[in-house]
Design a protein around this ligand. Sequence first.
Ligand code: T6T
Length: 332
Amino acid sequence: MSSLRRKRALLVAAGAALALATTAACSSSGSGGTSGTAGGAHKKVTLITGVKSDPFYITMTCAAQAEAKAKGLDFTADGSAQWDVSVQRPLIDSVAAARPDGLMVSPVDTSALTPSLKQIQSSGTKVALVDTSVTDTSIGITRISSDNEEGGKVAAKALAQQMGEKGSAIVISVKPGVSTTDARIKGFTAEMANHPGITVLPTLYDNDLPATAASQIQSTLAAHPDLGGVFAGNTNTGQGIATGLQQAGKQGAVKVAAFDAEPDEITALKAGTVQVLVAQDPGAIGTQAVDQLAAAFDGKPAEKQIGTTMVAITKDNMDDPQVSKYFYKSGC
Ligand code: T6T
């Protein structure tokens, strides 16, 4: 299967003057289009997401389900109740027992789940890593995610601009050892070095719990009255920070750049509690993973690494249909 690599046009958000360059390997699916694939007919594909109730993963699941149906695949999906290795591991191990033809998975840790994934892969299941990945490069016929480091850089540029290039800023994220949010922090921190008027405080981790993020932002405000900006590494963190700032009466005064675009974050953007959202395209991640597995079922080579689009959303551009199409769903 020939595949084209092309740089997606820059996605520029008016007003916030933010641009996101994305590279996407557009793999021509070449696997029989919507008529289903010879090899894919009734092949079984299972998706295990990071957190089942998370609109990012719901949006991914809806798209993957639709693409699997179009390709004649049998599709099932499940996910953890929370971002925790001990919760996700039994789900992944249950897949080993069922031995599907394909597994799409967002591992919640870069190494702890590798033995389980190795065992599944060696028993013949084709593994597609979606969103998050693992350090062991032998796992997965394909890895599909946003360019998270780039997204962190864009968040830093936006936040520095919103802060007037001065004051203290802090990053609150999920937990160390998550490939996506670690990359965002790396990009954010690297870019902030280009803004010497801003002091970046030590990163805090909330275990993906909004209530923890809310209390963390309030204690940070008490310790650092000059706090001018916050970078939220994902949806639950963004939600918690918005709540914490409202409770402290600091909404709008402390600027917020957050990853993702789930409904509560969109509400906070409209209310002016959050200033910039870096939205991903979880639907494209889900669709492309199904396409890669279907191609592999047909004996065609998979695209090892696929980067999907991100877009910076602000109050100025959020009503543009070309931007609002990136808002995440809470249901199919
Ligand atoms: O930000 C997304 C995802 O990319 C990340 O890996 C984990 O958190 C989210 O699912 C949002 O909650």
